[in-house]
Design a protein. Structure first.
Lengths: 332, 314
C-alpha cells in the first residue's frame, strides 16, 4: 500500500520552500485561516462530524428538552408544543414536604462520603510508599485496587449478604460479643454508614494510586537531605511527603466538594428498600421514581434541573476557590 | 499536578540507595507499625471477597446454616451447575458480552475520531469543540430529557439503547487527546505529508500503531464500564431477553426474584429450593465478576498509566 504512495507525485508540494513560507503568511484574518485549514484538513473535520453529532443529540438536545420543566408536558404535543406553566413545577416541589428531606439526605450522604473516603487513601498511599518489600507491596496494591472493578450491583449484593441478619458473618461476629443480631438494611439509621463504608471499601485502593503517583514525583534529593539532617521517617512524611502531595490533595478535595449534590443514583437506589427510605431517598432516586415510575415528566425534569443548576454553581464556585488557593483551576 | 514517568525511575534509584543505609530504631518500629496497618487493610478488603468465594463453593445446607467463613464447607459445585443451566442468567451473560464488545468498538472508534483532530494544532476551532465537550461534564439536561431523546430516536427497548446514548466519555477523549499530543511530534506529520500521506492515512498508518497503549486503556475502561453498568438497561429496556447480566443479577440478588421454577409443593423440596437460592447468589457474584477480575491484574498497570496521562494537563 505504501509503495503506491511513493510512486505518486505529491499533489500539493508542501516540501517546496515556497509552500513552507506560504504556510505562515504575515497577517490573515481568522476566517481565511479557518477556511484554509478546512480545505487542507477536510478529512479531520469529516472525522469530527459523527462524534460531534453524538454530543449534540445526546447532550445538548436534552438540555433543550429540559424546557419541559417549565411546561405541562404532554407526550402528544411534544416538548416544544406543550403548554407553558412557568415556575409552577418548581414551586410545587419546593412546597412539597419531601423537598427538605431530599436535600438533607443528598447533602449529608455526600458530605459523609467525601469526609470518609478522602483521608483514607492518602494514609494507604503513604504507608505503601514507606514499604520497600516489592512483593508484599504489590500484593496489597493488587488486592485493595480490585474492588474498584466490581460492579455496583455486585458490591451492593455483597454488602447485603455480608450484613444479612441470618446468614451474614458480620452478625455472627457481633454475636460473639453477645450483641443480638441487627437488621442493618432495615434500619434507616444505618443506611449512610453502609453506603459510605462500602464505598470506602470499594474505592480506597483506586484513589490511593493517584496519591502514590504524586508521591513518586517528589524529588528524592529532598528525602536524602532530610535523612542526612537526621529526620525520622515520620518527620519526613510530615515535612517532605505531605507538602509534596498537597496540590493533588487540594484538587481531589475540591472536586469532591464540587460534586457534593451530584451523588450518583446507582448505589443509593440499589441499597434502598421500603424500610430505609427515610434516609436513603436522595434527589436522584426521587427523580427516577417521579419521572419513570409515576410518569410525571415535567416534575422530574424540574427537580433534575434544580439539581443540575446547583451542581454547576458548586463546581464553578469550587473551581474559583481552587484557582485562588493553588493558582490553578480544575480546567482551562 | 504534573506527573512524569521520570518520577517512577527516580524512586527506584532512591530505594537501592536506601538499602545501604542503616535504619534507626524508631524508624524500624515505625515500619513495623506501617506493615501492621497494611496487613489490616489487606485483610479488610480481602475477607469479604474470600467469604463470597468460599460460600459459592459450599453445599447449599452449609451456606443456609451460615457455617461457611473463609473456606468452603462440604465443597460442592451445585450452585455453579444451577447458574450455568439457568437460561435467563446465560442469556444475560451473552447480552453483556454483546454490549461490552459492541459498545467498546463504537466507543473507541468515536473517541479516537474526535480526540485525534482535537490534538492537532492545525485543526481550527479545537478549543471551541473542547469547551463544548467539557460543558457536558458540568451540566446535563437530566434523566427525563435524555430519555425523551432516546425515545424519539426509537431506541427504547433495543440493543442500541445500551451502546449509543453513553458512547463517548469526555474523560476518555481527554486521555486520548493528551496522549496523541504528547507522543506524536509535529515533525512526524510533516514528514508523512511530504511522502504524500493524507490526514486519514497518517492517522491510520502512523498514529494508531504508535498509540496502542492508550487505545488499550480506553478500550478497557469502556469495556469494564459497559460490563458493570445497569442504569441504562434499567431505564431503557423492558424485554427480559435483552437484559444484561447486571440487571439479571439485581433481580436475583437484591430483589430476591427466584429464576428457577417454584412449582414444587413438598416442604422438603421447598426448603431445598430456598437453600439452593441462597448459595446461588454467591456463585452468581463470582461468575459475574470473574471476567473483569481475570483481566484486571494484567491491565491494572496500564489503567494506572492511563489515569496518569489524563491527569497531566496538556
Amino acid at each position: 500500500m505504501s509503495a503506491t504512495f511513493e510512486v505518486k507525485p505529491a499533489p500539493a508540494a508542501p516540501a517546496s520552500p515556497a509552500a513552507v513560507t506560504a504556510r505562515k503568511p504575515p497577517r490573515t484574518s481568522r476566517r481565511t485561516q479557518a477556511w484554509r485549514s478546512l480545505r487542507r484538513h477536510w478529512q479531520l473535520y469529516l472525522l469530527v462530524v459523527v462524534p460531534l453529532a453524538y454530543f449534540v443529540i445526546f447532550k445538548y438536545v436534552p438540555i433543550a428538552n429540559a424546557v419541559i420543566a417549565f411546561k405541562n408536558y404532554s407526550p402528544i404535543k411534544g416538548p416544544w408544543g406543550s403548554d407553558w406553566v412557568g415556575f409552577r413545577n418548581f414551586e410545587l416541589f419546593f412546597q412539597n414536604p419531601v423537598f427538605w428531606t431530599l436535600v438533607k439526605n443528598t447533602f449529608l450522604l455526600s458530605v459523609y462520603t467525601v469526609l470518609a473516603s478522602f483521608p483514607i487513601p492518602i494514609i494507604l498511599a503513604i504507608a505503601l510508599n514507606e514499604i520497600r518489600n516489592g512483593r508484599f507491596k504489590k500484593l496489597v496494591q493488587l488486592v485493595t485496587y480490585a474492588p474498584y472493578f466490581i460492579s455496583t450491583v455486585v458490591v451492593v449484593s455483597m454488602t447485603i449478604l455480608v450484613l444479612s441478619p441470618r446468614l451474614g458473618f458480620v452478625n455472627d461476629a457481633i454475636g460473639l460479643f453477645g450483641v443480638p443480631s441487627v437488621d442493618f438494611l432495615g434500619n434507616p439509621d444505618y443506611f449512610r454508614h453502609i453506603y459510605v463504608w462500602s464505598d470506602v471499601w470499594q474505592t480506597t485502593g483506586y484513589s490511593a494510586v493517584i496519591y502514590l503517583a504524586a508521591l513518586s514525583g517528589i524529588d528524592p534529593a529532598l528525602h536524602e537531605s532530610a535523612r542526612i539532617d537526621g529526620a525520622s521517617r515520620l518527620q519526613r512524611i510530615r515535612n517532605v511527603d505531605l507538602p509534596g502531595i498537597m496540590p493533588t490533595v487540594v484538587i481531589i478535595l475540591v472536586l469532591g466538594v464540587g460534586n457534593i449534590m451530584s451523588i450518583g443514583f446507582e448505589k443509593a437506589f440499589l441499597l434502598q428498600n421500603p424500610l430505609n427510605t427515610a434516609q436513603s431517598e436522595i434527589i436522584a432516586t426521587y427523580v427516577y421514581k417521579t419521572g419513570l415510575l409515576n410518569a410525571d415528566f415535567s416534575m422530574a425534569t424540574a427537580i433534575g434541573l434544580f439539581n443540575s443548576v446547583i451542581n454547576l454553581f458548586l463546581l464553578l464556585g469550587v473551581n474559583f476557590a481552587a484557582k485562588r488557593i493553588t493558582g490553578n483551576g480544575l480546567w482551562s | 499536578m504534573s506527573i512524569t514517568l521520570q518520577g517512577f525511575r527516580r524512586t527506584s534509584v532512591k530505594r537501592s540507595e536506601r538499602t545501604t543505609i542503616e535504619e534507626t530504631r524508631t524508624d524500624r518500629i515505625f515500619l513495623i507499625g506501617v506493615r501492621i496497618m497494611l496487613w489490616i487493610a489487606l485483610i479488610l478488603v480481602a475477607v469479604p471477597l474470600i467469604y463470597i468465594v468460599a460460600n459459592s463453593f459450599s453445599s447449599p445446607s452449609a451456606v443456609s446454616a451460615g457455617r461457611v467463613l473463609l473456606w468452603p464447607i462440604e465443597p460442592s459445585l451445585r450452585a455453579y451447575k444451577e447458574a450455568f443451566s439457568d437460561p435467563l442468567i446465560m442469556k444475560g451473560y451473552l447480552n453483556s458480552f454483546i454490549y461490552a464488545i459492541g459498545g467498546t468498538l463504537i466507543s473507541v472508534t468515536l473517541t479516537i475520531a474526535i480526540a485525534y483532530p482535537l490534538s492537532r494544532r492545525t485543526f481550527f476551532g479545537r478549543n471551541v469543540i473542547m469547551s463544548v465537550l467539557i460543558f457536558t461534564m458540568l451540566f446535563s439536561g437530566g434523566l427525563i430529557p435524555t430519555y425523551l431523546v432516546v425515545q424519539d430516536l426509537g431506541m427504547l427497548n433495543t440493543r442500541w439503547a445500551m451502546v449509543i446514548p453513553s458512547a463517548i466519555g469526555v474523560w476518555q477523549v481527554i486521555i486520548a487527546r493528551t496522549f496523541f499530543r504528547s507522543t506524536i511530534p509535529d515533525e512526524l506529520y510533516e514528514a508523512a505529508t511530504i511522502d504524500g500521506a493524507s490526514d486519514l492515512r497518517f492517522l491510520w498508518s502512523i498514529v494508531l500503531p504508535l498509540s496502542k497503549p492508550v487505545i488499550a486503556v480506553i478500550a478497557l475502561m469502556y469495556a469494564i464500564f459497559q460490563w458493570n453498568s445497569y442504569f441504562d438497561a434499567l431505564i431503557y429496556l423492558k424485554d427480559p431477553g435483552l437484559y444484561p447480566l447486571q440487571i439479571v443479577l439485581r433481580n436475583v440478588l437484591i430483589l430476591n426474584t427466584l429464576t428457577g421454577s417454584t412449582t414444587t409443593t413438598s416442604l422438603a423440596q421447598q426448603l431445598e429450593q430456598q437453600q439452593l437460592a441462597n448459595v446461588l447468589k454467591y456463585a452468581l457474584i463470582v461468575i459475574s465478576s470473574l471476567p473483569v477480575l481475570i483481566i484486571y491484574p494484567f491491565v491494572a498497570r496500564h489503567f494506572t498509566k492511563g489515569v496518569m496521562v489524563g491527569a497531566v494537563k496538556g
